[in-house]
Design a protein around this ligand. Sequence first.
Ligand code: ZN
Length: 407
Amino acid sequence: MNTLDQIKNAIRHAMKSEFYKRHFEGINVDDIKSMSDFIKLPFTDKEDLRLAYPFGLQAVPDEEIIRIHSSSGTTGIPVIIPYTKKDVDDWAVMFKRCYETAGCTNLDRIHITPGYGLWTAGIGFQAGAELLGALAIPMGPGNTDKQIKMMIDLKSTVICATSSYALLLAEEIEKRGVRGSIHLKKGVIGSERWGEKMRKRIAGELGVELYDIYGLTEIYGPGIGINCQYQSAMHMWTDYMYCEIIDPKTGKLVPDGETGELVITTLHKEGAPLIRYRTHDLTKIVPGKCECGLDYPRIATLIGRSDDMVKVRGAIIYPSRVDELLATIDGVSSEYQIMIDHLNGKDILTLFFETKLEMGDAAHGLEKTVEQEFKKIIGLTPKAKAVGMGELPRSEKKSTRVFDNRY
Ligand code: ZN
């Protein structure tokens, strides 16, 4: 079946849900005769899904639903995603493929630190590991002492974590001087935007190869794409989904190789199919064939969220550009935070960064360097503030770098 026919089948199925009956009202699937007709369909956004609370997305009878997951939101109304047996199985198949792409086998011992529960993370890592036939160690988050003890005693070979939790574990292992007792070979890290410097620190301190795994609760969960040993980009399992990259402002498709927002249409999802779902993740299609030989198309490591892009005094700031900028300055660690405030009629950007330097003249000099480089690359002068190593918060969930207090 060609892609257009698969998409049309997915739309027909989606329109069995209350949500898509309403969202696509007046649309006749038989009128979609080409991909250019398809891209005229309205997008689906997370805000729309909240209107479907609790079961408005469900496209199959109740007896076929075996589980739900949920993603939280800032507005307080969660999004509920119902799964059928086939959805759960398909997700595990994709996740197993991720582990295999990372070179994991049934001899690996997979240490899973993402949370279990309504959130899709932990259980997805678990199902994929079990289908692979590896040994799953379902730790969940927190209790760093126990994490490290189990990692040593059980000889865990693969660590699954968010990048900020992997960094915290790496720092604790270093601090305790137990690096020699750790058997980790690979890290499978929930993809969020993270800079080269942080990646190098985690890889170096844990002594592992790192793999970025991609996913979101609305589309199965983590495991819908991962990078291979060539590291450059993430292969997406496009036999299960159709991917588009759009300009987040205009909604128009951008050419391969250009940065925009990833939009996903599920091709086989039964419980809660999604059509043209806006992920708000900024990335690009990496053209050409990967050296590893896999035919699945690749997207670049995420450079941020379309809703994280902030504008301050006319300058557009992507957190990933700040990562890159700080990586070029000696003495500045990979951890930083940006605060934007509105004071006396003016927007003020304060950049906190960690450094090993003593607070005092040396740190003060480094603050000046950061301010000058920031001005040169981003186009506005921040107020830079040095803090000691470990002073900025680490989190077990995705880390937030930018706090916009203006509104
Ligand atoms: Zn590859």
